[in-house]
Design a protein around this ligand. Sequence first.
Ligand code: KIV
Ligand code: ZN
Length: 508
Amino acid sequence: MSRKIYVFDTTLRDGEQVPGAKLNLEEKLDIAVQIAKCKVDMMEVGFPSSSQGDFEAVKAISKKIGQDICIAALGRAVESDIDSIYQSIRDAQNPLIHIVLGSSEVHVAKKFRKTPEQVIEMGAAAVKYAKKYLPQVQYSLEDASRSDFEYMWKTIEAVVKAGATIINIPDTVGFAVPEQFGQLIYRMNDRLKNLDPKVLLSVHCHNDTGLATANTLAAVRNGADKVECTINGIGERAGNTSLEEVVMGIKLHEDYYGGHTTIETRKIYETSRMVSATMGLDVQVNKAITGENAFAHSSGIHQDGLLKSKDVYEIMDPQTVGAPPMEIVLTARSGRHAFLHVINRLGFEIQEEHVPEIFQKFLSMADQKKEIYDNDILDLFENCTNVKSISCKELWKLEEYQIMATGTLPTATVKLVKGKKEVVTSNTGSGVIDALYSSIIDAVQYSIELIDYRIHNLGRGKGSLGKVTTQIRYQDKMYYGKAIEQDVMKASALAFINAVNKIILEEE
Ligand code: KIV
Ligand code: ZN
């Protein structure tokens, strides 16, 4: 069995430092509960001496989830910060005091204006003070990647002697490069394990040059016992190491890294969406593991290969991270193989001799709309006598919709059809999308939860197209629905209906 790599999530501390991402108490609790579902080993949930609000939040989280998970909070190497940390995390079963103090020359000389020896004394005294409260104390050498190695080692000897149980090596300013950072961790780990094999070596990397994940993985390869990271890689400036990337990197290459994590990877995707929506921070579409396009394939060559065998272009099953299944996105670059696959999935068949003509129609539609979704295919086949339905499953279509956004009662009415069935429903809501989606849910009569809703404009100016992406949860599974229209309300309705139709297509 390979060694265990501990995962320390700092979404609610470093992640919450992102401008505009400030959370209230309820939101922090919700996020903490969600992240706990990923079974992280430790969770850093705030900087209690920074404000009364942060103190209360750390205390509330410690009470709520502190029985199941190690709760950490951060402070400077001063007694008043350590007092606040202890008071805020003491209700947790397994609390951890995290102390940070700079170790680079710029920090020592310019920030603290102290001698290197004075800073070491300050760090060791802080650890000693913290140990009066709790057995577990983590010491971070801020700006470690720009610090002198022998000076860091002197600091580590002093703080381990004072009782530190975890030594954290941060690349605070995202300056490190993987090979050098890996070597640094190798040397550090070698000495640390000789000094005291029970002390864990941890890393905390920032993403200023896009290398946070690479640096963290290099550290794991070179002996780091613990990784600090955040959901979606959020954090100060360009962010932190993203939890999902490091965890999946280790999982895919367990032999290479000689380690494994015990993260519940199937919870990653919903946690990513939840954190993104609560903090109002979009996940970039091409973000590794959790981006909207992470499992979407649009090139004709790739689509053809995938349809022959998934492993041609898929290195992990999207379900491993709880993401919706692999998606074939139809565009003007898609070939016939992908087109015929999608229409078969929707329950249609085209006679061989009519394929070229219908494929041409599809291509001209794709040139106009950029991406073609299920509702577009249903429209394309409307009144088309050369297309045969081969499925007993009928799909929902949007026949009409009306939205009233005036006054205090936003209202939506939809008329949906499914085969011969026709349903008209109306609802008010807290906003037009709420009203619209409530009406669709009433019409289709599925117990659906909306997980995510996003609008993007494609193109520029007033005439640009609106692309809507929705994600819904039905019986613990995620479904994507997307649509592109000039009218974003119509696109919103169609995207939702496309997701509902995916449920129907998947049902036995
Ligand atoms: O980036 C950093 O150095 C930190 C420390 C508190 C670990 O966030
Ligand atoms: Zn940081």
